[in-house]
Design a protein around this ligand. Structure first.
Ligand SMILES: Nc1ncnc2c1ncn2[C@@H]1O[C@H](COP(=O)(O)OP(=O)(O)OP(=O)(O)O)[C@@H](O)[C@H]1O
Length: 614
């Protein structure tokens, strides 16, 4: 789909907008400085040397030609040649050129080292920021676009910006030193060169802005491309893609997105290069105008041959330096636009997430939901409405209800992945908002339906449940025994050190039920937790394993609060409190016996399942 590029801001605003984007330059420089002071200083030194020496070389060039002419005249008159006055200049120029080469090598070596360091630093900044964001932010597609853009481009842009700043400085130094030489010829010559180069610069800046706009709009399409790449080339989706024969369809969609993007790129590139060529001709014209002028002055005897050589070299190099400076500036403009995106992402406000409480106002009160409602960002209907409940230490709560009735959402609110839209949730008498988020999460052990299958060692998959014991083998074994994972883990070739998943060499894949046992064991790792939440913990397990899991669960959870979500009524019936959730509201509540006696939805569903097993 083709979108028009919006009109640039009107007149004065356009200039402001242009210079406004340079506001990130100093931040990029600070970033580079913080990354490595010695490399930044080294870059600056080499830049200075590489900037000044070309003018020195041009000046020596003049001395050589004039010395040669003088020596020729001398030779004609006396028949003798004194070599040293000529050759010393040749020697000096060779020396200067060698130093320029050294400075340029130094520049490129230091740039490549800085690129590596800076790329790492910016990526870490992006990932660290990701750690402070809320789940709601990740689910917001606009925000996700920002993250994608930041990750794709921004890690190379800060160095690009700094390199261009240094190259600009280098060229500016060269230009200033050429200027010193040129001004003796005529200040007008400088003006002619500058005016010749300006149009190219303006057009470059305009097209850089357009390119950035394109890049920004494309984020959703680029994201879809990345997603399709993942679906088409990852082991966890390829099975289904193959069986349903989805490859041609998805690949075709992938191609079509590329074609649209390519069409836009092509148009922009063609316009950019055509204008660049036409306006560049002006610069060439200016150069040859100045060239002719110098030639005329030399023929009429105003300039020596040496001076002519020098001025021509200065014109040529000056023009190259000028157009390189202008390219740097428009490149800097482009890098700044990209960096603005990085900083937009890094400065994304983080919810004042954490309170400070590490204990509640009424220890031992347990969990209370007081008239809690919640609507997902951007959703029209609330996922939960008017939920009130109380769960004391040692108590067990089960949630039952149809798909999409809001059970998992309730857990997300309890674990503070989201905050209620209305009402409040209390733990030990204090609002969850007032709790220190780490202290709160230490108290909760949870497995979600869509738990993560880490492509790490088996043991680490368990250790993930308690970072303090991430590598504690004794604790792994204990948790695995409770989660019924110990048997199959010890049978694996590397035991607890076996690599899981297929991403890495020698990785073992597990069955659905085995993975679920790993996830359950992971929840058991969290020894400090007194709130245990299991969302469909045994859906993939065989009947014997399920029975064993719940026997253990009941035995170990006397002093804990447990919340269980299950569609299997046989596992739910033992809970002290059962909530039947329907459309985000509590439809029925009570223990198994009272709900059966009430003969409502629960009783009906229970009988339905019992019949199914008969
Ligand atoms: N991240 C989300 N953003 C927007 N809406 C969501 C999100 N997650 C869930 N929902 C919606 O909220 C409602 C409740 O979903 P929830 O996951 O809590 O249901 P559930 O009772 O756990 O269902 P299931 O038994 O299928 O696991 C559903 O209508 C769902 O579409």
């Amino acid at each position: 789909m083709r979108r028009a590029i919006p009109a640039p801001p009107a007149n004065g605003n356009r200039l402001n907008a242009f210079f406004g984007v340079f506001r990130y330059s100093h931040r990029a420089l600070t970033l580079v400085w913080q990354t490595s002071r010695s490399l930044t200083l080294g870059l600056a030194a080499c830049t200075l040397v590489a900037g000044v020496l070309p003018a020195v070389a041009a000046w020596i060039g003049q001395l050589i030609v004039d010395a040669v002419v003088a020596a020729m005249v001398d030779h004609g008159e006396t028949g003798r040649v004194d070599w040293w006055p000529v050759l010393r200049y040749v020697l000096a120029e060779a020396g200067v050129i060698a130093v320029i080469a050294l400075a340029q090598r130094g520049l490129s070596a230091q740039q490549s080292l800085l690129r590596a360091l800076l790329g790492q630093k910016v990526n870490v900044m992006i990932l660290e920021k990701a750690g402070t964001l809320t789940l709601a932010q990740f689910e917001d597609s606009e925000f996700y676009d920002k993250l994608t853009r930041a990750r794709r481009e921004a890690s190379i842009r800060p160095l690009g910006l700094v390199n261009k700043t240094f190259s600009l400085a280098q060229n500016a130094i060269s230009l200033a030193s050429f200027g010193v030489l040129l001004v003796q010829f005529s200040p007008w010559a400088i003006l002619i060169l500058v005016i010749g180069a300006l149009p190219v610069f303006v057009s470059e800046a305009k097209f850089s802005g357009d390119a950035f706009q394109l890049f920004r709009w494309r984020s959703p399409q680029t994201r879809m491309q990345m997603y399709l790449e993942t679906v088409l080339a990852r082991e966890d989706s390829i099975k289904e893609v193959k069986l349903f024969g989805l490859e041609p369809l998805l690949l075709d969609r992938y191609r079509r997105i590329f074609d649209t993007l390519y069409g836009e790129d092509r148009r922009l590139t063609l316009r950019r290069e055509t204008w660049g060529f036409l306006l560049g001709l002006l610069g060439t014209l200016a150069f040859y105008g100045a060239y002719a002028w110098v030639v005329v002055e030399t023929v009429t005897g105003q300039l020596t041959l040496g001076e002519m050589t020098m001025y021509l070299m200065v014109f040529k190099q000056g023009q190259a330096a000028l157009s390189a400076s202008l390219t740097s500036i428009s490149g800097m403009y482009e890098d700044n636009l990209y960096l603005s995106n990085l900083y937009e992402y890094l400065e994304q406000p983080v919810d004042a997430e954490s309170g400070t409480r590490t204990t509640g106002a009424r220890p031992g009160d347990g969990i209370r939901f007081e008239n809690v409602s919640f609507t997902y960002p951007g959703a029209e209907k609330p996922a939960l409405s008017g939920i009130s409940l109380h769960l004391r230490p040692g108590g067990s709560l089960a949630l039952v209800g149809a798909n999409g009735s809001g059970k998992t959402t309730l857990i997300k609110l309890l674990t503070r992945l989201y905050a209620p839209s209305e009402g409040r949730i209390l733990l030990d008498g204090s609002d969850l908002r007032d709790w220190d988020i780490q202290a709160l999460r230490r108290r909760i052990g949870v497995i979600f339906q869509d738990f993560v299958r880490y492509q790490l060692k088996v043991g680490e998959n368990l250790g993930a449940g308690d970072v303090a014991a991430f590598a504690d083998e004794a604790r792994w074994r204990e948790a695995a025994r409770r989660g019924l994972a110990d048997d199959f883990i010890t049978d694996m070739p590397g035991g607890y050190h076996t690599q899981l998943g297929r991403w890495f060499k020698g990785g073992q894949e597990l069955s659905g039920g085995q993975w679920q046992k790993i996830a359950l064991s992971r929840a058991y790792m969290r020894e400090s937790a007194d709130i245990l939440v299991l969302d469909e913990p045994t859906a993939a397990m065989d009947a014997a394993a399920e029975a064993a899991v719940f026997a253990d669960f009941r035995e170990h959870s006397h002093d804990k609060m447990t919340i269980l979500i299950s569609h299997r009524f046989s596992t739910v019936r033992a809970a002290d409190q059962i909530l039947v959730v329907d459309g985000g509201r509590i439809l029925e509540r009570g223990d198994h016996d009272s709900l059966m006696a009430a003969d409502g939805r629960y009783a009906r569903l229970f009988r339905l399942q019992a019949e199914g097993y008969r």
